[in-house]
Design a protein around this ligand. Sequence first.
Ligand code: URA
Length: 492
Amino acid sequence: MNQITLSHETDVDLWRAAVRPLLARRLPPESLSWRVGQEAPDLFSDMAEPPRGKTRLAVTHPIRITKQQMALCERVLCHTDPARFHHLYSVLQRLQMDPHALDDPGFHSGKWVRAADQSIRRDRHKMHAFVRFKKVGDRPSSEGAREVFAAWFEPDYRIVELTAAFFARRFTGMDWSILTPYGCSHWNGEILSFSPGVDKTHAPDADVLESAWTTYYSSIFNPSRVKISAMMSEMPKKYWKNLPEASVIPHLIQEAEHQKSGFMSAPETAPHKLARKITPDVYALRATPKHITSWDEAKQAAERCTSCALHQCATQTVFGEGPLNADLMLVGEQPGDREDLTGRVFTGPAGELLDKALIAAGLDRRNLYITNAVKHFNFAPRGKIRLHRTPTVDEIKSCKYWLDLERKFIRPRVILALGKTALRSLTGYSAALNSVRGQKISGLNGDIILATYHPSYLLRLPHGQARAEACRKFTADLSQAQSLADAPQMMK
Ligand code: URA
């Protein structure tokens, strides 16, 4: 057994110096034993055959470790599990033979390293978000007194060194120390330094800034944006004890709940002045027109549609747009607040997300025809706010007339329904989206209908893994739809 001794738990330099010659000699992971000691005078002190010396190196194998792989290793070294050295070495060894080893689901060490990396990234993210400095004094300096701050934080892993540069960049103008059980970092305006971990008795006490921060936090707390589950997943309770604002959060949430119930039961108010109908007197058309022979006629007629009550408060009809020979059509639910004011589909926050996903999927929005199942904004006025309301089945049915005309004149090969309302209008299905996602449904016109998430659903998901995964699926669905639309075809 060859023993390697590092001087401390996150001793990246010695670890890096150790693994290269070991890999070069193709030593198997099982033949190595890793140890962390106070002193590491000789890295390979207990090795039977030291991997140094000209003759040995001459017969060794070349080593390939990319920058990204090394960065991954440096992060994972901050894990607290002693097995990390073994797993990291096993991964690096496999990577020498197979550059895709980390993607192999059957490779235990690869799986372990990927999971550890995720946990460490999450821990870093939490540390960036939840470190709260307290003022502990002033320090005289040549440019006048510098304020000195300290913070106590309890990370899950040994990430103090990994996160220190972030705080030095963000809080350059003050002296600070971050104290944790795993190690401490210190900044004096010029130099970042590190010292061993301390226990909680070193945590700084409350100060005046803390009460100022709590007051500020309460004033920016927006009750209409409170999503308790999202908040709890972003700010898990274990961090609350070190956050000054945590003492006011339960009270603020209670207040928010109270305000929300008052909000929802309040009588409807008059629409916002910007939401007045643009053409209040041209709604002569009571029944849907029968003889429409082109897309232009359909668009003009839809502008005067009164076949359901939604036209009464919406600003204008928002008809679909895009090339009339598009092979791919996207169908959303209904215009939102912004679309109602601009008269153009997907121009608000959902549209921004859609645009990003289209770019990620390699699609050009200019080649797509984009429309909605319902053409008028459906909302409940609440003071200055117009709250989105899901269209009823009757409203969807009533507006289907226009969607059918768009399908008839555009004749897309593929239609991608964004969300349940669009799916319902296109197919009559009221199934859960996940049960139809990825399936090809044959439309009556010989077109193919696919379904994916609505961008607003993705926006509502809390930031994190679930959202990233749903966005990835959404992007994949967009590119699948485009590939089907691009597949070799008969003439239209
Ligand atoms: N949501 C939709 O479904 N359509 C739009 O145009 C905007 C938001």
